[in-house]
Structure formats: structure tokens, C-alpha cells
Design a binder for this molecule. Structure first.
Ligand code: ADP
Length: 360
């Protein structure tokens, strides 16, 4: 009774807020257990009848320990790469119509961000991640319009690490630090010095991404370490010219691989590691604040609180469409991380209860 009425109320508030915003979508993906993880304790979450995610506190029995989260979609452990991409497709088309689309991968390290965005290390088509599928669609759709539009596609890739922005595709190896423009381009990155590379195909983009990934790791002890502590942003700029009218339109796709969201206890780390952790915390919460402000249609959007949000300023909000894939590790040992990930996702999707209530 009580549980269901809470559920109903949550859903009503959610729908109400949902209608207000429209352009921010949050999808949650729960990865399967990996060998070695304890499946017996797998009951910390389940997916409800209406697609809601129910998380159960392993130390609190019964309804008291349960929390319900509503997202645009929850993908369970058996969801395929194709299923996960399906709802993203219409967004890709809109890029060619002149929209900005931002796709984020959020979650603690090991929760499946790389799997969703890149796919597992395999060349099989069924394993392709969102990046590959999105780019493929982009080029394919542009081909179908070849008689009415000419498209030019350019790529930039930058990294935000410890509140510094670096060009991952710089032609020289110095990888100079980049400045940030105070007034940014209409729909690009607010990083005027980042090199732009013209591309013709998905493969061209993937090659550049590979180069960018390698550069990302340059000063790190191991690639995994560094990539989980920095944010990388790949931007695909599309400029189309209508052959009949000569009018041009610009759209862009930002594929953002966020640093691992795991909270690090102050007492556990010192020195560089502590500094990194603080920068990551700061930028992820700044991102959450920005998307939340946008979802509430606030007049003040706090872009200036982190480099990440400054860089993406003109690509979030306005005409932009934002999609966040939030990743969950099913292991019971990750319960508190999972709870904090889901709270972040709930806030980002604009359904944070406090806010929804004050909206009445
Ligand atoms: P992250 O990028 O968040 O650190 P990964 O994508 O590397 O995490 O995922 C961690 C591990 O889990 C990898 O071994 C990956 O292959 C596996 N994994 C993640 N998501 C899935 C999935 N949906 N199906 C199968 N294996 C997955």
C-alpha cells in the first residue's frame, strides 16, 4: 500500500518534470556479473514492472531498505549493444539537422563505461559500442541526403585532467595546454586552439580516437589509470549545405568519456592522487549542477564552476540534446558507490525529490 503510493507519487512527479525538460535523457545500464563476483548476493537491485530500478540496501531488510529510481530507461545485464543504442538513433539524425548532441558515459571505474561506448575488445559487429554505431549512422544518413546536402565533418578531441585542458590530437608532441574562450563558438567546444581534423568516414574518426587515446596515456603509468582519472571529449562537427538554397547548418556530437566517479576517502590517498580525486569530484558535481539547472530551466546555469562544464558550455543547454548513460556494477560490494551513482543520475534527470516538490 504505502510502498505503491510512494511509487505512484514518484512517477507522477517524474512525469511532471519530464514534460518540462525534454532534452535531457538518462539511461541506466547494469552490467552482468564478471567471473569472480558473488552472484549469490545479487539481490541488491531489481527492475520493477514499470521499468523502474529498485535498489535494496544489503544491510536493511524489507521495504525500508529499498529505494526506487526512475530513468528514461533501465537496461539490465542481458541488454545487447544494439538495444542500448536503439533509442540514441533519432538523436544522431538530429545532428545532421543542426542540433548539438552530448553523450556522456558516467559510472565508477569497472562499471562498464568503456563497454558501452567502445565495446569489448573484439571486431565483431554485434559488439560495437555507441561511439562506432553513432558515427556509422552519422555518415550513413549523410550519404542518403547526398542529393540535397553536402556535409563536411571535422573532429576535435581534448582531455580535461586536473582542471587543465589538453589537445589530444595536436600535431606536435608538445601537447600544449589550451586556453578556454570566454565567449564560445555557437556549437563547438570552447577551446579555440584545439586542432580540427577533417574526416570522411567512421574509420577516419576511429583512427583519430585511437591516436587521442594513446596521447591521453602519455604521462601516465598505465593507460587504465590515466584514462579513469581524466575526462575525454571527442567532438564531431558537422556542417551541411543545402544545395538548393545554399543555406548552411551546423550540428555537433560530443562523446564524453567521464573519469571514474568513485569517491575516494581523504584518508586513503595523498599527494597527486588526492589532487586528482578532488578535481574529479569537483568537475563531476559541477556537471551534475549544470545539467540539473538545465533540466529545471533555471535562468542561471553554473557553467563556470569547472573546466569540463566550461568546455561544453555551448553544447549543453539551448538547442542541445543531452544523453547520459549511467553505469552500475551489480556487485554487492559496490552498493554504496551504486547508491551514490543513482543519486547523481536522479539529480541529473531532474527528478530529485526536493526539487520536484518545490515545483508544485
Ligand atoms: P569502465 O570503462 O567503467 O572502467 P569497463 O567497460 O572496462 O568499465 O568494464 C569493466 C569490465 O566489465 C570489462 O571486463 C568489461 O568487458 C565488462 N563489462 C562491462 N559491461 C559489460 C556488459 N554489458 N556485458 C559484458 N561485459 C561487460
Amino acid at each position: 500500500g504505502n510502498y505503491h503510493s510512494v511509487l505512484e507519487e514518484n512517477r507522477r512527479l517524474y512525469n511532471e518534470v519530464q514534460e518540462l525538460k525534454g532534452n535531457i535523457r538518462v539511461y541506466c545500464r547494469i552490467r552482468p556479473y564478471l567471473s569472480g563476483e558473488n552472484k549469490k548476493q545479487s539481490t541488491i537491485y531489481h527492475i520493477g514492472e514499470n521499468g523502474e530500478l529498485i535498489l535494496a540496501n544489503p544491510t536493511k531488510q524489507g521495504k525500508d531498505g529499498q529505494r526506487v529510481f526512475n530513468f528514461n530507461k533501465v537496461f539490465g545485464p542481458s541488454a545487447t549493444q544494439e538495444e542500448v543504442f536503439l533509442d540514441t538513433r533519432p538523436l544522431i539524425q538530429s545532428i545532421l539537422d543542426g542540433y548539438n548532441v552530448c553523450i556522456f558515459a558516467y559510472g565508477q571505474t569497472g562499471s562498464g563505461k568503456t563497454y558501452t561506448m567502445t565495446g569489448p575488445d573484439s571486431s565483431s559487429e554485434t559488439d560495437w559500442g555507441v561511439n562506432y554505431r553513432a558515427l556509422n549512422d552519422l555518415f550513413q544518413i549523410s550519404q542518403t541526403r547526398i542529393e540535397t546536402f553536402i556535409y563536411e565533418v571535422g573532429v576535435q578531441m581534448v582531455e580535461v585532467y586536473n582542471e587543465q585542458v589538453r589537445d589530444l590530437l595536436a600535431n606536435d608532441s608538445t601537447q600544449k595546454r589550451l586556453g578556454i574562450m570566454t565567449t564560445s563558438l555557437p556549437n563547438g567546444l570552447a577551446v579555440p586552439d584545439a586542432s580540427m581534423h577533417t574526416v570522411q568516414s567512421t574509420l577516419d574518426v576511429l583512427e583519430l580516437m585511437g591516436i587521442g587515446q594513446t596521447n591521453r596515456a602519455v604521462s601516465a603509468t598505465s593507460l587504465n589509470e590515466r584514462s579513469s582519472r581524466s575526462h575525454s571529449i571527442l567532438t564531431v562537427h558537422v556542417q551541411g549545405m543545402d544545395l538548393k538554397t545554399g543555406a548552411t547548418l551546423r550540428g555537433s556530437l560530443h562523446l564524453v568519456d567521464l573519469a571514474g566517479s568513485e569517491r575516494i576517502e581523504r584518508s586513503e590517498v595523498i599527494g597527486e592522487r588526492l589532487k586528482e580525486a578532488q578535481h574529479i569530484n569537483k568537475s563531476l558535481s559541477a556537471l551534475g549542477d549544470v545539467i540539473f539547472a538545465l533540466s529545471q530551466k533555471n535562468t542561471h546555469v553554473p557553467y563556470r564552476n569547472s573546466k569540463l562544464t566550461q568546455v561544453l558550455q555551448s553544447s549543453l543547454g539551448g538547442h542541445a540534446k543531452t544523453l547520459m548513460f549511467v553505469h552500475i556494477n551489480p556487485d554487492v560490494g559496490s552498493y554504496s558507490e551504486t547508491l551514490s551513482t543513482l543519486k547523481f543520475a536522479e539529480r541529473v534527470s531532474g527528478v530529485e525529490l526536493g526539487a520536484a516538490r518545490s515545483h508544485k
